[in-house]
Design a protein around this ligand. Structure first.
Ligand code: NDP
Length: 315
């Protein structure tokens, strides 16, 4: 069991964590980045990223994360390929313990643990992952131009994803398990007005089919009622929009969070409810969830931490 001290501990990688690493290392703060079990975060699960400014021809998610990590390391960030298992934010410096039992004593902590898209839990979602199954229309919608796609969910995210996809795809089905949308009225109205969106109410997906990629979904309408019926829906893309879970369980009881577990921050700053602890990226953002917006908050968190250290004479 080792113990080490750091001015800045960054928990989590992805665009927020690595950007915080680039800024704090350039400020000569020698940050320690615990990149966790999915180094690079959600973007390493997607294929090509075409909406991050600066990449004219697009870039593979994995490649972009490697570049961000290398950029942080170039200026002195130390990247550790392990997870933090527990934190104690009750007094400063903060005491954090990693999964191996090593202790990190940190003057400031930047949390950038991200969020995980919820899936239905069907084995076919794994089977067709990257082959027609996606949880991000903004990332992958472009590949479905003039094709047929389905969006699962009836909330604001599902409506937003369906509207976005409807500008690219020939036809968009929304698969909604209830007889109504949960989304806000304005989103419902927009969906209603879009001619190529069709809502399939009272429908649940029970499987996907296709040779080498999604060619359709198996749907059950009116599940567990006398009117139950099963049918196949031919589609090329299957998009999940049933919510995200922020990866914040280890901070429960230590930081203020909303009902969904997103860390509360004092926007436009990244201050959490504990002085010296900052949150950036999707773990504190239920709305935008984009790589570029996460990178932006990572930069803000780094500057917030830097100013705090300066004020306390700890830089
Ligand atoms: P929500 O929790 O609001 O909606 C999730 C949807 O997925 C619901 O329709 C839910 O169905 C459905 N669902 C959940 N689990 C399953 C399942 N196992 N099978 C089938 N369907 C399922 O999540 P959102 O991501 O849509 O929104 C999160 C928050 O972000 C909300 O507060 C929303 O208003 C906000 N937001 C706002 C936006 C905007 O203002 N432009 C854009 C995006 C999000 P059911 O209704 O039956 O529970």
């Amino acid at each position: 069991m080792e113990e080490q001290r750091t001015k800045v501990l960054i928990i989590g990688s992805g665009p927020a964590g690595y950007t915080a690493g680039i800024y704090t290392s350039r400020a000569n703060l020698h940050p320690l980045i615990y990149e966790g079990h999915q180094p690079g975060g959600q973007l390493t699960q997607t294929t090509e990223i075409e909406n991050f400014p600066g990449y004219v021809d697009g870039v593979q998610g994995m490649e972009m994360m490697d570049q961000l990590r290398n950029q942080a390391e170039r200026f002195g960030a130390h990247v550790v390929s392990r997870s933090i298992a527990s934190v104690d934010f009750s007094k400063r410096p903060f005491r954090c313990v990693d999964e191996r039992g090593d202790i990190i004593i940190a003057e400031t902590v930047i949390i950038s643990t991200g969020a995980t898209a919820k899936y239905l839990g069907l084995p076919d979602e794994d089977k067709y992952n990257g082959l027609g199954v996606s949880a991000c229309a903004t990332c992958d919608g472009f590949f479905y131009r003039k094709k047929k796609v389905a969006v699962v969910g009836g909330g604001d995210t599902a409506c937003e994803e369906a509207l976005y996809l409807s500008t690219l795809a020939e036809k968009v089905y929304m698969i909604v398990r209830k007889d109504h949308l949960r989304a806000s009225d304005i989103m419902k109205k927009r969906v209603d007005e879009r001619e190529n969106i069709e809502i399939l109410f009272n429908c649940n997906t029970v499987g996907l089919y296709g040779e080498g990629g999604v060619e359709g979904a198996r749907i059950v309408r009116n599940l567990a009622t006398p009117e139950q019926e099963e049918f196949d829906l031919p589609i090329d893309g299957f998009f999940l929009a049933i919510g995200h879970t922020p990866n914040t369980s280890i901070f429960k009881g230590q930081l203020e969070m909303d009902d969904e577990g997103y860390i509360k921050v004092e926007a436009p700053h990244t201050y959490t409810s504990v002085e010296g602890v900052y949150a950036a990226g999707d773990c504190a953002d239920p709305i935008y969830r984009q790589a570029v917006s996460a990178a932006g908050t990572g930069c803000r968190a780094a500057i917030d931490a830097e100013r705090f250290l300066l004020e306390k004479g700890l830089e």
